[in-house]
Design a protein around this ligand. Structure first.
Ligand code: SF4
Length: 270
């Protein structure tokens, strides 16, 4: 049975693969997940602050600003009462200056229209300033502890490599199969740890140019590694580059490209 058949959508995820994928990510996260300040919070408002600060900015730069922000304005009512200039003074050094205005406007809407509580539906979260589809889903999953599929650049890269899903990294947002895959892989429970782990694997292990496969929790089931012939993605620069698309494999100076239309072998259940 194949994991993925490009001729017969929708995507089918073998239950054994799904369980193995989820278990590996969750176990790895509990042992090796990054210690980031927004991971100890349970306030949906503070998760929204972290998501807006993280847009187009590295987590290491955001961490100290986030801590100062939520120390000064721990509740959405505190932010609503704060002068915009004070907010921008803290957030503008991160660049992307619009986010100070977004945060103030978000606070106003939450206080005035939602009684000071973050809305508890994805649709309502998406209407808040600064929360696009991904950030709204992140607030839903991490702040409200609800089940939804998150899909950002890092997660898309891990998923496409792990299952061998042909996908141009630059257009994954429009890839219906990738969204279906992401939705099918989210566990019924443990989805908080699952998503945090998936993001950490994408940010620290399955990185874009030189994936660190030997230390990856998915190495025994990952299509980029277990395909035949195996793609030793960590051995050579050129190979790692090729793994980005998962259907065009380059080894040293020899290039072996499998067109997406014929790459239907899928992943054998691991
Ligand atoms: S085994 Fe390598 S290519 Fe596969 S998910 Fe892990 S780091 Fe990425």
């Amino acid at each position: 049975m194949t994991l993925y058949d490009p001729e017969e959508p929708p995507v089918f995820v073998d239950p054994r693969f799904r369980r193995g994928f989820q278990d590996r990510i969750v176990r790895w996260y509990r042992r090796k997940g990054r210690d980031l300040p927004w991971r100890s919070i349970s306030s949906a408002y503070q998760v929204a602050v972290s998501e807006i600060l993280l847009q187009q900015t590295q987590a290491t730069r955001v961490a100290p600003v986030f801590q100062r922000f939520v120390t000064r304005w721990p509740r959405v009512q505190d932010l609503h009462a704060a002068p915009l200039a004070d907010v921008k003074q803290l957030t503008d050094p991160l660049g992307y200056h619009i986010r100070g205005t977004w945060l103030k406007e978000l606070a106003r809407i939450v206080v005035e229209r939602h009684g000071g509580q973050m809305p508890d539906s994805l649709a309502a979260l998406r209407e808040l300033p600064g929360l696009g589809p991904y950030a709204a889903a992140a607030v839903y999953v991490f702040g409200l502890r609800r089940r939804a599929a998150l899909l950002d650049t890092n997660i898309a890269r891990v998923l496409t490599r792990a299952v061998g899903l042909p996908s141009d990294g630059s257009v994954y947002r429009d890839d219906r199969r990738l969204r279906e895959l992401a939705e099918q892989l989210v566990p019924a429970r443990r989805h908080y740890d699952y998503h945090q782990g998936l993001m950490d694997v994408g940010a620290t292990v399955c990185v874009s140019r030189s994936p660190r496969c030997p230390g990856c929790p998915l190495r025994r089931i990952c299509r980029a590694v277990t395909s035949s012939p195996p793609v030793a993605v960590w051995h050579e620069r050129g190979v790692a580059m090729a793994a980005e698309r998962t259907v065009g494999y380059r080894v040293g100076s020899t290039t072996a490209v499998r067109p997406a239309a014929t790459d239907s072998s899928g992943l054998k259940p691991g």
